[in-house]
Ligand binder design. Structure first.
Ligand SMILES: *Cc1c(COP(=O)(O)O)cnc(C)c1O
Length: 416
């Protein structure tokens, strides 16, 4: 049985765990899991549950997904990097990557469903513009759980699974991502489902943190630099937290990786806030008109309310690890993608291409020491191929609603 406790990072006290997302005193800070085992034993298991010791779960669920870390010497040489390590989560069998939903959101979904099982529950609800929804829908199919997903109407066909046996109740809303979040929050209050909680869900963070664990194990040491495309920045918080645990283990060095985080122009609120040394995101950090949606390359990175300023959030992660933000243009991202594809036989998720563009920029402008250990987290890829090879199908929407739907009508849809 996995042994851990949850601590409130604002109050500093231990929190009783009931799939808790906040402490009972109402602090806004994140909770963090603390594991009894300080030295990580890796279990002989294909999936990310090989890191069971450092996942906040007692149960596990069946899966083939795990973070994969590899090198590409030719690519590193062309970039002029001496010690480049690549993390890849997606569908890329040649490299041993079998995440059918094709992004590292799958690493969040797996322990989240295991945690739900620990609590004797089996329905999750969430709002997502795409990748999170696909991950939870696929894992629900694979594990026999259920998920209620609210999406903006235009993103509905993105939610593809290898089989649609009705594990997902898909609700499309006539509005944007923010509207979908509002509806999902209303559903969570109805008591039928558990809200997955985003960055507040320790299973999501520690699930994503397994990428850093695998990086340190494969490369033998915690990297000096960590590159990722960020929308919420949860992955960066996870990388920081995993690195602290690795420091405690002692076998992987005693450094924290510099966080090199990339956002996609014109949607770069955290880059702006951090650039001005602010702990809070202000309205001026966000694009003024809605046209940004057509301008960004990776719309999965357009999160308006990232866990940035609260205790344990992105600002604290950046303060502890140091590093920088990058504002990456669509053109830089597509150029980086072309470069990547000339070395690796898999198309990255646009968000991963944004990360790769930041890496190329860092090298070109000497923002990093080319001799040091560099890790780039390619957070997704291989979707077109997975859709074809695994004959994936779009989840059929169960209902289509407007933002002014009444609670009674919404309850009817949820319970039906
Ligand atoms: C969600 C997502 C990200 C952003 O991750 P955060 O750490 O939550 O900001 C990056 N890449 C892909 C492919 C994603 O799906």
């Amino acid at each position: 049985m996995g042994a851990y406790t949850l601590r409130c990072l604002e109050g500093g006290h231990i929190v009783h765990d009931e799939f808790s997302l906040m402490c009972e005193q109402g602090h806004k800070g994140l909770l963090r899991s603390e594991y009894a085992k300080k030295k990580l034993d890796i279990i002989d298991c294909k999936s990310l549950f090989r890191f069971y010791d450092w996942l906040p779960v007692h149960s596990t669920v069946k899966s083939d997904s795990a973070p994969v870390v590899f090198r590409n010497e030719a690519m590193a040489k062309e970039l002029g990097l001496e010690d480049l390590w690549i993390g890849f989560t997606g569908y890329y069998p040649e490299r041993g990557a079998y995440a059918k939903s094709c992004t590292f959101k799958e690493l969040e979904a797996l322990p989240t469903f295991a945690r739900l099982k620990d609590m004797g529950k089996n329905v999750i609800s969430l709002a997502s513009a795409g990748n999170t929804a696909r991950a939870f829908a696929q894992v629900a199919e694979d594990t026999g759980n259920k998920v209620i997903i609210v999406v903006p109407k235009k993103s509905a066909d993105r939610i593809k699974v290898t089989e649609d046996t009705g594990k997902t109740k898909l609700i499309t809303v006539d509005g944007d991502y923010t509207d979908a979040i509002r509806i999902s929050d209303r559903i969570a209050k109805m008591g039928v489902s558990v809200s997955e909680g985003g960055a507040r869900n320790v299973a999501r963070r520690d699930g994503m943190g397994t990428v850093m664990l695998q990086a340190a194990i494969t490369a033998g040491k915690i990297p000096d630099y960590y590159f990722q495309g960020v929308g919420s920045g949860t992955g960066a918080i996870s990388a920081w937290e995993a690195s602290m645990r690795l420091n405690g283990d002692g076998r992987f060095g005693s450094n924290l990786p510099e966080l090199h985080l990339a956002q996609n122009i014109p949607f770069t609120p955290m880059a702006k806030a951090w650039g001005e040394g602010r702990r809070s995101i202000i309205d001026e950090d966000l694009p003024k008109d809605k046209g940004y949606i057509d301008e960004v390359y990776a719309d999965v990175l357009t999160n308006r309310t990232p866990p940035y300023g609260m205790a344990g959030g992105v600002f604290d992660a950046m303060t502890a690890c140091k590093g920088r933000f990058y504002e990456v243009s669509r053109e830089a991202a597509t150029d980086a993608e072309k470069f990547w594809c000339s070395f690796e036989d898999v198309r990255p998720d646009p968000a991963a291409s944004v990360a790769f563009a930041a890496l190329m920029n860092a090298v070109e402008e000497c923002k990093i020491d080319s001799k040091k250990k560099v890790f780039v987290n390619m957070t997704g890829g291989g979707l077109e191929r997975a859709i074809k090879e695994l004959s994936m199908v779009s989840v059929k929407p169960t209902s289509s609603i407007k933002t002014d739907i009444t609670d009674e009508e919404l309850r009817g849809i949820v319970n039906e």
